[in-house]
Every structure is written in C-alpha cells, then in structure tokens.
Design a protein around this ligand. Structure first.
Ligand SMILES: Nc1ncnc2c1ncn2[C@@H]1O[C@H](COP(=O)(O)OP(=O)(O)OP(=O)(O)O)[C@@H](O)[C@H]1O
Length: 387
C-alpha cells in the first residue's frame, strides 16, 4: 500500500488528482490537504510515501512546504504541481530536492509515470537504509602497520572532500572496506552507499543496472526502473571491479562523471544526479589502457586520489591483531566461547603465503576455531591451515 498526499488549494484539480490516482491502483491510498499549512501538518503526523504539492497557494506556498518537509522527512519524494506562471519555479524546486514536477492541467500518463517513478525511488531509499543498518558495523579497519596507517590517514584526508577515489590492490585486501570507510566518514554518510560489482553483471545488463531503464527498452523491461546511480543520489556509488566494465558502459559512466547527467536506457530525458564515485580494481588499469580495454579519459576522471591497498604478505605485522579480531568476531557470530591462539600458532600463520589476503586469513581463522582445540596450537595450524 502506497500512501499519497495531495496538497492543492484548487478543489477541482484536487478532485481530478484524487480520482485518477485512486482509480489507477488499489494499492494507492490517497489523502488530501487544501493548503500548505494543513499539508505540512498531515506530513508531520502521518507516514506518506509520496507528496504531490501545488506551487502557488495562499498561506504557505509549495516551495515553503517543500523546504519544510525536506527538513523533517527528507526521504519522502515530492512532486510539484505547476500552473501557467510558475514553470521556472517548478524547475528550480528540483534543486531544492523535489523529485519532479507536473504541469496543470495534469496529463494522465505523465502523472501516473511520475508517481510510479517517485514511489520506486522511495522503495529503493528504504531498502538501502535497511541494508545500511545491517552492514555498517562490519567495517572496522584493523592494523597498525605503516602501510595500514598510511591508508587510514588517506581516508581521513579524502573522506570529507568530494574527490573521486580509485582504490587498487589484490583480491581480499580490503578495498571494499576502504570504500565504505570513505563513505561513512564523509558528509554523505546519511545517504546511501550503493555497491555495484561490475564484473558480476553481464555486459549487456550493466547499463540498465547503472542507469535504469524505461518500460519496453528491451524485452525483459516490463516496467520503468531506476538504476544504481539514481539510488545513490546524494550519496556514494562504489564501482567495484571497474577494470571489468565494458567500453560502452565506460563511455556512459564518463558522461555521468563529466556532466552529472544520466539517461535511463530507452529514455530521451536526462536525469541530474549528485553522486560521489569511488571505484576499485585489482587490475593494472595502465596496462588495460595500453591494450585498449580501458578508457584513459575515464581513468583520469576516476583516479583523482589513488589509494593502493598492499597485499597481506607486505604487512605481516598486522597478522596477530587481525587473528584476534577475527577470532572475537567469529566467536560472537557462532555464539561460542572465544578461543586463544598460542604464540607459536600466530608466528606460523605470520609466515604463510597469503595469496588470498585478508579474506583468506579470515577463512583460515574460522576453520581453526571450528576444527582446533581449546587453545589453537602450532600443531592445529599445521593440520588444518595447510593449503
Ligand atoms: N584492515 C582490515 N581489518 C579488518 N578486516 C578487514 C581488513 N581488511 C579487510 N578486511 C576484511 O577482509 C575481507 C575482505 O575485504 P574486502 O572485501 O574489503 O576486500 P576487497 O579488496 O574488496 O576484495 P575483492 O577485490 O576480492 O573484492 C572482508 O571481510 C573485510 O571486512
């Protein structure tokens, strides 16, 4: 059920809007307010999924209502209704956070499309919030080695800027962790960080995944859908494995970065987005550029700040602290008693060849906790941690 509030002083227009929306879908529950003051009161006291708001109204005009609602409930999308004289104001309201605007008299198709898009966006924002709550605790960065302290330093310095960041390093070294920390410590932290694994999405789907699509753009596009860039509006998009992105998708990402504009697949209208891009790769992008698989102009746009995360083999000093950290986490997850690692066991693990980096270390610690004795000994490591 989607709850929609219509704030409109002209009774005739209000009636038309209520009628169209109530008849369109059983899942729309439509409420109405006849001026800005009443509308704001309702918005405060009830939970709406969407608000349609006239611009020119006595008592409190639409721009004031928009500003007031954005302060108290920024997640509610607002669609402004503009009359003849205030089209320019309507366009300007989008800078103040309005989702879109429609003109009077309302055109049926445009109205319904806008309402559907706005409700889609609301859904994404809510889903992202839930996801964010679930994951935010998992991003603690352990380690005091020179290499990791340098990375922590870089994160502190760049997080609060708007600079784009490219994170490089082998698999499992913590690139995703770095991206999350940058977001969490930035002013965008109340908005979402949206992750896209560019390697996991088939190249023919990546554009639609990133930029969304319109109904009918391709056979499986049965309805309009927002993409990840729109979902990340106001926040951060994390493009993981960017080195695996297809060249056509790279061209579109470049445009999004240069102009802040995106276009859903099959649409002719641009959408403005305000997104910070953080990207990561385990590939040598310079080599990819030489071999014609990666655009050099995109590289320069992405790599304003470059953070290189070293392999675990290059920061073995951090291994004892990481073992302890994972041992504690794993015991908490399993709800079991903590197990200590003997000094000799830790020393042996410090000498291993960690080709899978921190991810591999975590797996090995988990295996040892499950299979080893009450205190993990050197012998347990020899028995259970060998590859
Ligand atoms: N310094 C660290 N302290 C604690 N945990 C860490 C640290 N670095 C990485 N991890 C953990 O190790 C695992 C792998 O890290 P992450 O997924 O960030 O690596 P990645 O470089 O993005 O890997 P890939 O390239 O394979 O996607 C995660 O569970 C992460 O939380």
């Amino acid at each position: 059920m989607s709850k929609i509030l219509i704030i409109e002083d002209e009774a005739a227009i209000r009636r038309v809007l209520v009628k169209i929306l109530s008849e369109e879908s059983d899942t729309y529950k439509v409420d109405e307010a006849e001026d800005g003051v009443q509308g704001l009161e309702k918005a405060k006291n009830d939970d709406y999924d969407l608000i349609l708001c006239d611009i020119k109204m006595p008592k409190m005009d639409g721009v004031e209502v928009l500003e007031a609602i954005k302060k108290i409930k920024p997640e509610i999308p607002m669609v402004m209704i503009s009359g003849h004289g205030d089209l320019e104001t309507a366009v300007n309201t989008m800078r103040l956070g309005a989702f879109d605007y429609i003109s009077k008299p309302p055109d049926l198709n445009r109205l319904l499309n806008t309402v559907r898009n706005a409700l889609d966006r609301k859904q994404l924002v809510v889903e992202n919030k839930i996801l964010k709550k679930k994951v935010s605790k998992n991003y603690e960065m352990i380690g005091e080695s020179e290499a990791i302290n340098h990375i922590k330093d870089m994160i502190e310095k760049v997080a609060t800027t708007e600079a784009r960041v490219l994170i490089t390093g082998p698999n499992g070294t913590g690139k995703e962790l770095v991206a999350h920390q940058i977001h969490e410590k930035s002013e965008r932290c109340n908005a979402s960080i949206i992750e896209v694994n560019c390697a996991a999405i088939p190249s023919e789907l990546i554009e639609s995944e990133l930029f969304g699509h319109m109904k009918g753009a391709f056979t499986s596009a049965v309805k309009d859908r927002a993409g990840k860039f729109e979902a990340a509006d106001g926040g951060t998009i994390f493009l993981d494995e960017i080195g695996d992105m297809s060249l056509p998708a790279q061209a579109k990402v470049l445009r999004a970065l240069q102009e802040g504009l995106i276009q859903r697949v099959g649409a002719d209208k641009d959408i403005k987005v305000n997104v910070r891009v953080v990207a990561a790769t385990n590939k040598d992008l310079k080599k990819e550029i030489e071999e014609g698989r990666f655009r050099e102009d995109l590289y320069h746009r992405l790599a304003v700040i470059l953070i290189k995360v070293p392999a675990l083999n290059d920061r073995r000093d951090d291994i004892p602290a990481l073992i302890e950290h994972f041992a504690r986490k794993i015991a908490d997850e399993h709800g079991s008693a903590r197990k200590e690692f003997s000094k000799a066991a830790i020393k042996l693990l410090q000498e291993y060849d960690w080709t899978g980096n921190i991810r591999e270390l975590r797996n090995v610690v988990e295996r040892l906790i499950i299979l080893g004795g009450n205190e993990i000994s050197e012998n347990d490591v020899k028995l259970f941690a060998s590859k």
